[in-house]
Design a protein around this ligand. Sequence first.
Ligand code: AHR
Length: 505
Amino acid sequence: MTASARLDPRDEIAGIDRRLFGGFVEHLGRHIYDGIFEPGHPSAGSDGFRADVIELVKELGVTTIRYPGGNFVSGYNWEDGIGPKAERPRRLDLAWHATETNQVGLHEFQAWLDRVGSDLMLAVNLGTRGTPEALDLLEYANTSVETARTTERAANGRESPFAVKMWCLGNEMDGFWQLGHRSAADYGKLASRTAKAMRMLDPSIELVVCGSSSRTMPTFGAWEREVLEHTFDDVDFISCHAYYQEDDGNAQEFLASGVDMALFIEQVVATADHVAAVRQSDKRIMVSFDEWNVWYMSRWQEEALTYGPDEWPVAPRQLEDRYNALDAVVFGDLMITLLQHADRVRSASLAQLVNVIAPIMTEPGGPAWRQTTFFPFSITARLAQGRAVRVPLESASFRSERFGDVAALNAVATVDDEGATLFVVNRSTTDAAALRLDLAPLAAALGRELRVVESHVLHEDDLYAANALEDPERVGVRPLDGAAVAASVLTADLPPVSWTAVRLA
Ligand code: AHR
């Protein structure tokens, strides 16, 4: 297969919001307990946080981290996680059939974020709770005026506000599995009331209203329209959530997942803009893609059925997917898709971070290691700077059962003051691709010739090769042999089922 394109910085999509490289930490399984927090681990300090995990999270480069859920937040009392640890209640977490010890709460998590260098994005419970509790949390977190709540915060060790900028108005309220699941009309009214009240307290916050839990939800489209009809004036973002998995060993179909994500974003944007049109408004609601990943959800659903009614374990091994090379290529394509929509996707959160459908795994008392998906994330977060630019590649296509003809190559570039980075995925399961990218317009715009200064390819002949405790470095990235620029043309050979990043400067 051959493929060619011109890289012209005038084909700009948008400046990249760094919040596109966000993550997500939920009280779920071994994410917090026996994940980021493991008192007694050789690398843990007096605060109980594992330093080896902190180093890997920093290397991953996540910017904003959504917390504390997920499904968990819809039954969570945030007050359970503050104050003296010995007095914090143990509670049943109905979302994941586990016991929550509350040894990590808002203060501890912020302290961890300070070490990691990421910003907090908070979700409020609109499942079992409502506007008053959201206001209490906002006052506790963001107010500097002396009140009962802020005095309590100071007594708990934090004089200055947490100053949380982004807030999610609940989680996946369209899902039947969600505590407090509601109709679009009921949720829209609650979200609007809560948003208005929160803004009266702190007008500087940005608010995310719940969109659909996936594009396959029976209410998809209608949900967004109706929820936005109630909340259009009150919110800045609408959320999208999407998880993908390989079904029935059909790698080629799985490799078309990026098409679904692109359609999802475009249809949500069209719906939001329809609501704007009806209101004769020029306001643009942005997308917060605040849960996305590869997740073998069907495995978890089978596992969940084995739980006995009296079984409420602390930090069980839940959702511990082991990612292979194929998963990482699809994952890299999802990141390309987010960048291709950088004009409207202004925030995104990889779900999740440690142990739970995560790029980082840990063993209690043992090591931490990178899953295959770690590499496309960390490299994209580091190299995708400046502005996202279209790469109109002409390539062969393959036939997808769901999407018809799908381009075998998918690419985006980012351009900054020093140079540019190309991100490209070869979705073909059979054919390598000889790529030719004409860099002349870019070189002219930058006023200098470009050369390859860094390249990374993720490809394995064995698509199912993975990293694990017993072999933590089996899969990684390596430089793309032969990638070079001559006469302002980048040439590179992309193996089948591969993800590649090429830095030009
Ligand atoms: O990320 C795992 C779960 O997926 C989240 O708790 C929920 O929001 C979604 O269904």
